[in-house]
Ligand binder design. Structure first.
Ligand code: ARG
Length: 445
């Protein structure tokens, strides 16, 4: 029997069905049903024969899903209904008992929490690989000078190791965020029922232990309404993808002939359909281009949840595609970032030429006056005047500065001193970069 006399409008059916995208939750759905059936039998809510029929039916279903032979039907609205329908076909009336003391409302959010926890773990693993790759690249280019930029104008020289390690620290913070996401996914919603709890003496702790959750949700209403852990994942993913977009942007710039700082490995480059000479940094461009899509998924899910009355509403079905697309996008972005950092060939000479422009040492010259007793603001003005004189007169900064400031100015204007004088904590001097590398290695464990 059904509550409905009329069939669903085909357009409504298409709108309402989530099977097309929630199929990928099946490993969690099957695992959840196994744990639930074991608990129901242990509590005497279903018989042991029912449990055994359910468990072997789930084994058969798992095999079908794995092999791609699972017989989906037009009426299967989502993966939960498809699995339960098939279980009843295989296990008969026992199969019809698996949904005792459970609702799709607590079932779906439990599957999604398990999925998100796995995604948060693999993001941490991928980030660890990326971080190790960055550290290795930094070690290979420890004392290679290049300009550091502000406003994309040459600002002060730095070592390439120092610049690369900036991405290490971003990734380290990202990894922390994903660890927090993993913790947020550790509270099991299952057992909340539709919203109010269930009419059976269930053992939620048993199910939580079976499924590897840390605890059970303390409030059934919150449990079926909660999607915070997805927001947390999307937020961590958005920040991480945004970090990678900055790396992508620098790869695009640095691999251009104008910069010429690096050559990308062929494995991460593509050609042009018309210009035979081209080697394009598409992967770097895609790191730039994909980040806003993850940010948009975060914003969209905030929109879905905003002002949503408690408890479950079908709006919440819209959580999944934002999550899934973000997980897939981030996985590719992290792989691309790692591949490009590992394989990039840097051009030491091009970078060092760009970093040997004396004007880049204007701050160092101003600091020389400060050390001789001039307040910084005044010395800034004095050096700005010298820079202007040099630029307008077509002279080098040394030609203008040495007669006025003495021989010490010449020493300041020699390249290695600009770098090694930045010996403050966290600065680019080699001793400080080595400290960073030690700290970075320690974080990698
Ligand atoms: N496919 C649904 C979703 O993703 C499952 C939960 C359906 N619950 C319900 N009461 N209709 O949210």
């Amino acid at each position: 029997m059904s509550r409905f006399a009329e069939p669903q409008d085909p357009a409504f059916r298409e709108m309402n069905t989530s099977l097309g995208f929630d199929q990928r939750l099946w490993p969690h759905d099957v695992a959840q049903s196994r744990a639930h059936a074991k608990m129901l039998a242990a509590q005497g809510i279903i018989g042991h024969e029912d449990r055994d029929a359910i468990l072997s039916g789930l084994d058969a279903i798992e095999a079908e899903l794995r092999a791609g032979t699972f017989p989906f039907e037009a009426n299967d609205e989502d993966i939960h209904m498809a699995v339960e329908r098939r279980l009843t076909e295989i296990a008969g009336r026992s199969g019809g008992k698996v949904h005792t003391a459970r609702s799709r409302n607590d079932q779906v959010v439990t599957d999604v929490a398990m999925f998100t926890r796995a995604a948060a773990r693999s993001a941490q693993e991928q980030l660890s690989v990326f971080m190790a790759t960055v550290v290795e690249a930094a070690e290979r280019h420890l004392d290679w000078a290049l300009p550091g930029y502000t406003h994309l104008q040459r600002a002060q020289p730095v070592y390439l190791s120092h610049h690369l390690l900036a991405y290490f620290w971003m990734a380290a913070r990202d990894r922390e965020r994903f660890a927090a996401v993993e913790r947020a996914c550790g509270v099991m919603p299952l057992g909340a029922g539709a919203l109010a709890g269930v009419n059976f003496d269930t053992d939620r702790g048993f199910v939580a232990r079976e499924l590897g959750f840390d605890s059970v949700s303390p409030n059934s209403i919150d449990a079926v309404s909660n999607r915070d852990f997805i927001l947390d994942y999307l937020s961590a993913a958005a920040t991480c993808a945004t970090h990678l977009s900055r790396l992508g942007a620098e790869i695009v710039l640095w691999s251009s002939s104008e910069f010429g700082f690096l050559i990308l490995p062929d494995a991460w480059s593509s050609g042009s359909s018309i210009m035979p000479q081209k080697k394009n940094p598409d992967a770097g461009e895609l790191l730039r281009g994909k980040a806003p899509r993850v940010v948009a998924h975060l914003t969209a899910l905030h929109g879905v949840i905003h002002a949503l009355p408690l408890t479950y509403n079908k709006d919440l079905q819209e959580d999944k595609e934002h999550l899934f697309d973000s997980v897939d996008t981030l996985r590719l972005c992290l792989a691309a970032a790692t591949g490009m950092v590992a394989g990039a060939r840097f051009d030491r000479e091009r970078m060092s030429d760009a970093a040997s422009d004396e004007l880049i040492a204007a701050t160092d010259l101003a600091d020389l006056l400060v050390k001789q007793g001039t307040p910084f603001r005044e010395s800034h003005g004095v050096i700005a005047g010298l820079v202007r004189e040099a630029v307008e007169g077509g002279k080098s900064l040394a030609d203008v500065a040495v007669p006025k400031l003495g021989e010490e100015a010449r020493a300041v204007l020699s390249q290695s001193s600009w770098l090694e004088s930045k010996a403050s904590e966290g600065g680019t001097a080699l001793a400080r970069v080595r400290e960073q590398l030690t700290a970075a290695r320690a974080l990698l464990g």
